[in-house]
Design a protein. Sequence first.
Lengths: 272, 86
Amino acid sequence: MDYIDPHIHMVSRTTDDYATLARMGCVAMSEPAFWAGFDRRSVDGFRDYFHQLTEIEPNRAAQYGIQHFTWLCINAKEAENVSLSREVIAMIPEFLDCPNVLGIGEIGLNKNTRNEATVFLEHLELAIKHDQQILIHTPHLADKYQGTRMILDMLCDDSRIDPSRVLVDHVEEHTVAEVLDRGFWAGMTLYPVTKCTPDRAADMIEKFGGERLLANSAGDWGPSKPTAVPDLIFEMRRRGNDESLTRKVVYDNPIAFFSQSKNFSFKERDVK
Amino acid sequence: MRPASQILSESFLEVRAKLLEVAATLDRIERSGSAGDALSADAEEQRAQLDTAIRILLDNGADRAERLQKLFSREYESNWRQEMDL
Ligand SMILES: [Zn+2]
């Protein structure tokens, strides 16, 4: 089954991973800007990173027939440095017209601090000013519930934000309902250790029916499995769920969500 | 959806194995504890949280996963903005 991974950090993956993903049916991916495993020391570090995301990765992906899209921001972890964050936010517009940029992301909270919330709100201003879609990172483990509620508070308090143009990622059993109820798109992250397994993601699809629900691997430099979305497809099939329901989550929904961005120039595979 | 009996029989061995892992981990903690290495206050709190989690598993209802998630979560306070002066 052709699928799209809406959240994967390919700068941290090998070319062999591109080859494997292509063979498993991945036809497109979107790569949000994130933490590199270390704090960057200047705005130029981010400028180079955004160059990598907008020029280098799309070319690397294209060699395997995969269309690569991206999202730009300074992530919540580095947002603790507010002055650097402001420099990065001021520089992002240089890249917003690059052909693979879908919006601002993955912005959000990490430890749910005041600085993180401040920088989150400033990213929202940037997105509104430039009419950009938004991709959101929610915190992990004990901080997820509180952080997700705080993020939803900030989004819902701003009437200029259209929930149908916002994807809230890393939802789990205790956060998915609220995200969907308030009209946002929700992304389930299939991580082998701390986050949701393919089984639990399949449970959430069965429970919520797939409307505005996406699934991603969030593959990065840490323990993660870039082929996690095909694992979910397999689990859904094993349970005897309709192929159309699975396709909605792993293919139709990413296309519907991304299509709200003017730069989403996705071409479906010709299956004649 | 598949019949409940089928879901149960298909996952029985896996769940059995996971429960054994939990049992063996608790035994390991117990052995070390009875050898004189008492739990710290933080660890006691975590141990109590696990006990609560196990009791949730024994409850009825189709929302145990969500309830465990909430048990392991920090509280959300709706007045967080005032608290943070934001
Ligand atoms: Zn990510």
